[in-house]
Design a protein around this ligand. Structure first.
Ligand code: AMP
Length: 503
């Protein structure tokens, strides 16, 4: 098996929080729509970007480090011939930063060429890699995407496409939303618990699969529906439609609640709900659960904006005690008291704490006149290491705020994410092993409250068991070594198929 880029990649790191896309069009080249879709998914990954297309005869690939706009120039898009293809943007992690991490992963093998874009993270990739390596598969990386590619490639030697995907799904365990190209056929798969989002859209002359519906909007398409957990969707080669195969069915889903809280674009629709509305409703619930009367409510831009808007809205209707607000009572003022410098990149993944702290100050500047001499509530979606909130509380106090109250639109993040979100380790998480009062003291706020886990489930219209809440409960919906599960779930036994070097 050869790597489609003709290099020897070496992939490291577990985190694959990414954006994926796939299109199949009627005659028109897929590269440009894929490129625009990747632009729309840029928030899901800024480390690398790539497109793989197939023109009916051969596969073409361009994958590199950087933002979509930097990776693709006119000269890079034109050679990507063919009306079918897939694309990928990769989330940066603190670890390996080189082309070997970039996707789509592409390989050529006996029964054709394969391209794979993966969002999520497998928890049994090492077992499968060892098993396949023992029968002669040469791996060029330690990434889980290559494991899926090899397993699928092997199954395709014996089965048709649908059965081969089903067989691979029976062997891999963990979180995956995939777009795959097998020659000029494009398909999309979501893991049986549907941890990461994937949706189907109709374009003027074809169909698209994308992590988020905002990518479909960018191409003037119509959202058809989410890909169902455990479903395989195969786009028809003439762009005429798609075929659906429900390959695996589970009793419960494990949708990542953090997609709704932080990761997805607010203008995307996931599970038939606009993410912006979900965030506003979480903000409303936050007021109901832990509202505090202050002169002003302000969001941490941009992540806290929708929460703060819902919170402030609810605060105009009821008092913090839950009483209907008197007409003469002006309630709480909503103000943008923190301005964001748009040209500062992501601070979250900066390697040292000192750099992260400096970067928060570079990124956010307070408007003194909104803050001085006033009591302030500042609202964000989440606290991870606590860098942002610690810096902000200090900043607001330096600006003359008389009280600073912090309200968070998600529960305490106490455990790492193994399903693909870069969440830091337990030791780095400020809420791990601490009470709310201890966290409040650590960030020097006058008060601190998080949203309850039940409120999150309630607002998202789901049973707790249909969500992945691993990072806030420490109990996961997948069988992860050394961690607790929140349901009856086990890794597949890999002994079901005896592999030999000759088969
Ligand atoms: P921290 O400063 O470490 O407490 O991180 C919290 C801030 O980072 C909040 O403003 C969040 O919106 C944002 N955030 C939360 N999770 C992530 C993530 N996985 N990647 C990047 N930023 C995040």
């Amino acid at each position: 098996m050869t790597d489609g880029r003709g290099e020897t990649p070496r992939r490291t790191g577990m985190t694959e929080k990414c954006g994926v896309v796939g299109v199949s069009l009627d005659g028109r080249d897929a590269a440009r729509p894929l490129y625009y879709a990747l632009y729309a998914l840029q928030h899901r990954g800024q480390e690398s970007a790539g497109i793989v297309t197939h023109d009916g005869f051969q596969q073409h690939s361009h994958v590199d480090m950087g933002l979509v706009g930097d990776v693709f120039g006119e000269g890079d898009l034109n050679p990507l011939a063919g009306s079918a293809g897939i694309g990928h943007v990769r989330y940066p992690t603190a670890g390996s930063v080189d082309t070997s991490c970039a996707q789509p992963f592409s390989v050529s093998f006996k029964s054709g060429s394969l391209g794979l874009s993966h969002n999520g993270n497998l928890v049994n990739a090492d077992e499968i890699r060892d098993e396949l390596a023992a029968v002669g598969h040469a791996f060029t990386s330690d990434g889980d995407t290559e494991v899926i590619a090899h397993d699928l490639a092997r199954n395709l030697l014996e089965e048709d496409l649908v059965r081969a995907v089903k067989r691979t799904m029976g062997r891999v365990h963990g979180s995956y939303a995939l777009t795959i190209s097998h020659d000029d056929t494009v398909l999309g798969v979501r893991d049986p618990q549907g941890n990461r989002p994937l949706c189907i859209g109709e374009l003027e002359d074809g169909y698209i699969l994308a992590s988020e519906s905002a990518a479909i909007d960018t191409l003037d398409g119509e959202l058809v529906r989410d890909v169902r957990p455990g479903e395989l969707v195969v786009l028809q080669e003439d762009g005429d439609g798609f075929d659906s195969y429900q390959l695996v069915e589970e009793d419960n889903t494990a949708h990542c609640f953090f997609e709704h809280v932080y990761f997805a674009r607010p203008d995307s629709i996931i599970d038939e709900t606009l993410v912006y509305e979900a965030r506003r409703n979480l903000g409303r619930k936050l007021w109901e659960e832990s509202g505090v009367e202050t002169d002003v409510v302000m969001p941490v831009p941009d992540s806290g904006r929708a929460f703060a808007s819902g919170y402030a809205d609810a605060a105009t209707e009821t008092t913090a005690d839950g009483e209907t607000r008197d007409e003469a009572d002006d309630g709480v003022e909503f103000a943008e008291g923190l301005m964001k410098n748009r040209y500062v990149g992501r601070t979250f993944i900066m390697p040292t704490q000192d750099e992260r702290e400096r970067a928060v100050r570079l990124k956010l500047n307070p408007i003194k006149s909104t803050i001085e001499g006033r009591t302030v509530t500042v609202i964000d979606d989440s606290i991870v290491r606590g860098t942002t909130s610690t810096q902000l509380v200090q900043l607001l106090k330096d600006c003359g705020a008389t009280e600073v109250h912090v309200r968070i639109g998600a529960p305490e993040i106490v455990a790492p994410c193994y399903m693909g979100i870069d969440m830091a380790t337990r030791e780095e998480l400020i809420a791990s092993g601490k009470s709310i009062d201890e966290i409040r003291d650590a960030i020097s706020a006058d008060s601190l409250a998080y949203l309850s886990t039940d409120a999150v489930a309630d607002v998202l219209g789901k049973e707790r068991l249909d969500l992945c809440l691993g990072c806030v409960t420490g109990e996961y919906p997948y069988d992860i070594e050394g961690e607790e599960t929140d349901r009856n779930v086990e890794r597949p036994q890999l002994t079901s198929r005896q592999l030999s070097a000759n088969d």
